[in-house]
Design a binder for this molecule. Structure first.
Ligand SMILES: CC(C)(COP(=O)(O)OP(=O)(O)OC[C@H]1O[C@@H](n2cnc3c(N)ncnc32)[C@H](O)[C@@H]1OP(=O)(O)O)[C@@H](O)C(=O)NCCC(=O)NCCS
Length: 362
């Protein structure tokens, strides 16, 4: 019997966008294995796949990349809104506020053109806001760099290496869509009322902000920072498990085998950072953690999840910790908007029922 609590196991939509197979450890986007796409394709190619159902031919790719690039320069009203927010407003709230103020060119039905514009603007919104709240001068976007390379450029003020761009690109591709997760569901519910695309994306961003959804990689980083050295890994993790605490970056509600995204990211991190002592600590800690989880939680099928190696990638490419969730959103906005388009194409208002368990009038 499916559980009402948290809607676990309840099927609430049909989708052609992504298949998450938790038993076999498989993630498929529109007929393609996600890890294979992450290793061989550009972010914009996978965005085209999700939005249209096909990988682009060279001229379609050029067209899409031109549109994404044109959106990089923010309209003045969005800049004014970001400037008006006090510095204490956190990044996800600032991003949500800015996205809510983007006026789609068409209200209903939502369009790929508007999805592209919003996806193109989001990296600049995040980089601009980050510079402002950290007292730096915002770095204007460069129009000759790819979507992902330009994001790193705006954050660090220098053109990134090919290896760093590819690593971040792989992370963004592997997190671009993931079935009916909380933020995607929120976006589809808003879209089902025939609300516009930026409203639906605002609802998705609101759900993404919570620590149970978008916030895990920074907790992994905190854990590895606390461990600090190889020798400390085993005693630290053992003490945590003795206290009944969870190890960050392990276990998953859906994957009861190895998370395919974690595997792919691990391969990429290995390729990138073999010589980095921090990577060595992460790899060693993973081995010890898996052994201890088997000892303390036998049979629970706990494996490394995507957040563990996402933390390693984000650290390697020097994304600042306060913008981890916003960086995840820069990728997931493609999945959200693809779901909004899919919902609109065959729309019926999403309106479930509740069971009243309160008192009745006397
Ligand atoms: C992701 C997560 C919330 C999924 O939880 P879930 O499907 O609800 O699993 P449950 O809470 O039912 O846990 C099942 C058992 O495994 C244990 N467990 C699950 N994840 C664990 C972890 N990371 N460390 C230690 N034990 C863990 C639970 O304590 C429980 O043990 P019990 O049977 O003795 O009570 C959970 O694995 C977790 O908290 N992981 C750490 C946080 C994290 O990495 N989040 C990012 C997810 S992408």
């Amino acid at each position: 019997m499916p559980s009402v609590n948290g809607l676990a196991d309840i099927v609430a939509a049909e989708t052609e966008l992504s298949m998450v197979d938790g038993q076999r450890g498989r993630l498929v986007y529109r007929g393609y294995e996600a890890p294979a796409l992450a290793k061989t394709r550009r972010f914009s190619e996978v965005a085209h796949l999700l939005w249209t159902g096909r990988l682009p031919d060279p001229s379609e790719l050029r067209e899409l990349e031109t549109q994404l690039t044109e959106a990089r320069t923010l309209p003045p009203e969005i800049v004014a809104i970001l400037d008006a927010l006090p510095p204490e407003v956190d990044m996800m709230s600032a991003l949500r506020t800015a996205v809510s103020a983007i006026r789609p060119r068409q209200i209903w039905p939502p369009t790929i053109e508007d999805a592209t514009r919003i996806a193109g603007m989001m990296p600049t919104i995040v980089a601009y806001r980050h510079a402002k709240v950290t007292g730096q001068t915002p770095v204007p976007p460069r129009l000759d760099l790819s979507h992902v390379a330009n994001y790193l450029y705006m954050l660090n003020g220098r053109a990134p290496s090919e290896a760093h761009t590819r690593a971040l690109e792989a992370y963004l591709i592997l997190t671009i869509d993931h079935g009916l997760n909380a933020s995607t569901f929120a976006g589809r519910v808003a879209a089902s009322t025939q609300s516009d695309l930026s409203a639906a994306l605002t609802a998705a961003l609101a759900a993404m902000k919570g620590p149970l959804h978008g916030g895990a990689p920074s907790l992994v980083m905190d854990m590895l920072d606390e461990i600090g050295s190889r020798e400390n890994a085993a005693p630290f993790l053992r003490a945590k498990l003795e206290r009944g605490e969870r190890l960050m970056g392990f276990g998953h509600r859906v994957y009861k085998t190895r998370d395919p995204r974690a595997e792919a990211l691990r391969d990429i991190v290995i390729e990138l950072t073999q010589a980095d002592p921090w990577f060595d600590l992460a790899a060693h800690t993973e081995t010890i953690a898996l052994r201890l989880l088997e000892e303390y939680k036998p049979g629970r099928e706990l494996y490394t999840n995507v957040e563990y190696w996402a933390a390693a990638i984000l650290r390697t490419v020097e994304i600042p910790k306060p913008i981890y969730t916003a960086t995840f959103s820069i990728s997931r906005v493609v999945g959200w908007s693809a779901h909004v388009l899919e919902q609109a194409a065959n729309n019926r208002l999403i309106r479930p029922q509740s069971t009243y368990v309160g008192p009745l009038p006397a």
